[in-house]
Design a protein around this ligand. Structure first.
Ligand code: SAH
Length: 263
């Protein structure tokens, strides 16, 4: 076991994947077990944290809309201080740390303090959501482009997305943090020319026992997300690639009982 890759006074930024602990990489699992202090996000599941040593300190720095959470500068400072104190420090994030994960800020803070920092990738929510729905994110000849966007905006600000580019009928769109803005996303995409009957798939709590899949068409997107709670991580997928194939649900038997088919 290459223990020297997690020396004292260093930091690992680790992707915890979408929630199912079996979707952790083996490297992530090994590093979690070796960490002395773990700063973790709200999206990191309890089963993942169970892999930590009983002696490890676990610190929730959870970011969740509406709940108290530490701001980014505080998180940066906490990580750096723990490493300078000589500990093996882990920053554990949902999904892949490279995607909407504030990783650049944390890496920069470590560099500025002379603290060694490395990154372990994880399975991102879009991959888990596609797998949950028994589909792919691309479709040969039809969906040749895949775009990840975040639809999270500060109060009063617009989403600032290039709707014209996102309306490309040959693209699949994966919208992170998009539940609250679902109506806006649908309206803007249709205004930019995306067809109203474009398939959409909404996946809540992908890979977790509470996983829910809701399918429909773009014009109904606002309605499709109505029953989803504020705190449930939700990914919106838009495009031909996520169209439900004839008989696919029946064959796979993988569709959860609560799946809705709203056209
Ligand atoms: N770095 C993460 C994304 C962080 S942004 C990743 O790579 O997945 C947080 C957003 O990710 C949530 O608002 C939601 O849109 C999405 N997300 C994360 N985990 C999810 C899950 N298990 N199911 C559905 N969406 C999820």
């Amino acid at each position: 076991m290459p223990h020297d890759d997690f020396p004292p006074a260093s930091v690992w930024l680790v992707g915890a994947g979408p929630g199912d602990p079996e979707l952790l990489t083996r490297k992530a699992a090994r590093l979690i077990a070796a960490a002395e202090v773990i700063f973790y996000d709200a999206l990191v599941g309890p089963d993942v944290l169970e892999l930590a040593s009983p002696a490890a300190e676990r610190v929730s720095v959870g970011k969740r809309s509406g709940r108290h959470s530490k701001d980014q500068a505080t998180i940066d400072a906490l990580i750096v201080a723990a490493a300078l104190g000589g500990r093996r420090v882990m920053r554990l994030k949902g999904g892949d740390p490279a995607i909407f994960g504030r990783t650049p800020e944390e890496v920069a803070a470590c560099h500025a303090a002379g603290v060694p920092v490395r990154i372990c990738p994880g399975v991102t929510a879009a991959s888990a959501a596609a797998a949950a729905g028994g589909t792919a994110l691309t479709l040969r000849g039809t969906a040749r482009k895949l775009t990840f966007v975040t639809a999270h905006a500060r109060a009063g600000e617009s989403l600032g997305l290039d709707w014209q580019a996102l309306a490309d009928p040959h693209a699949t769109l994966a919208v992170y943090m998009g539940r609250a803005a679902a109506a806006t996303v649908a309206r803007q995409l249709m205004a930019a020319g995306r067809r109203a009957d474009t398939p959409v798939m909404v996946v809540v709590n992908a890979s977790l026992p509470s996983e829910r899949i809701i399918r429909g068409r773009l014009s109904a997107l606002a309605f499709l997300v109505e029953t989803i709670g504020d705190r449930d991580p939700t990914l919106l997928l838009v495009g031909e690639a996520v169209r439900q194939r004839e008989g696919a649900a029946a064959r796979s038997g993988a569709e959860p009982a609560v799946a809705a088919d709203l056209r």
